[in-house]
Design a protein around this ligand. Sequence first.
Ligand SMILES: Cc1cc2nc3c(=O)[nH]c(=O)nc-3n(C[C@H](O)[C@H](O)[C@H](O)COP(=O)(O)OP(=O)(O)OC[C@H]3O[C@@H](n4cnc5c(N)ncnc54)[C@H](O)[C@@H]3O)c2cc1C
Length: 213
Amino acid sequence: MLSSDILETDLDLIQPAELTFEAGQWISLPFGPKSVRAYSIASTPRSSRRITLCADVQPGGIGSAWFRELTVGHPVEFKAPFGGFVFRRDDPRRPLSVAEEIGIVPIRAMLADLVETGFELRATLVYWGRDPSWLPYHDELLALARRSPGFAYHPLMASSGVAELTTALAGVPWDTRALVAYVSGGGAMIDGVREALMAKGLDRKSVRWEKFW
Ligand SMILES: Cc1cc2nc3c(=O)[nH]c(=O)nc-3n(C[C@H](O)[C@H](O)[C@H](O)COP(=O)(O)OP(=O)(O)OC[C@H]3O[C@@H](n4cnc5c(N)ncnc54)[C@H](O)[C@@H]3O)c2cc1C
């Protein structure tokens, strides 16, 4: 438990014994013929025999119940990997990552992957949560910012709501010619961030996103 509503779990790969994926991709868990839930992989491709998932279980549906009931040794079947929300290393622009609460998961994987592979970290992360317990991986990100001069970390806690995030972003004089955004969380936040950045001159295609809900 990372908090009362945020759970992390490791899955050991059995068959196949390894999973090849890119940081930022997700797995699909089946709960019936027409019912699946997606979970981003929180760990990096270097750990190909054991993957980590991290979930917000407050929504309380079948995915949340599954997470809450997981026990050690519980067999799990899933399909993977999926998704194109991955970091493009050949893009020279500075990445601005924006995460809403549990939306941090794929961004955490991308940042950790860059660090593990020795890629020079030149990135900004703006991370919103309603209070500290809703900022999973905050301590890890803070430590990363302390040892990486090129990584600017801006946690933002506002019980007044995620609109604070767009207001904060709108107030920064971004150099949008040299920026690419990676945004992850709820659809309303993604729309708000996209609008705020487009108002500063960023083109729509330069906002890459992963919509969790
Ligand atoms: C590509 C992708 C990756 C995802 N990765 C993760 C992940 O790493 N961790 C994770 O916890 N979830 C992730 N999700 C969301 C996840 O698939 C489920 O939707 C979530 O766990 C809720 O499932 P549920 O069955 O408990 O609730 P549901 O019955 O599916 O949802 C109940 C309601 O809550 C809304 N909702 C879902 N999640 C949230 C949330 N976090 N905050 C507020 N409202 C929400 C839904 O839109 C719905 O209206 C991802 C979704 C996508 C599409």
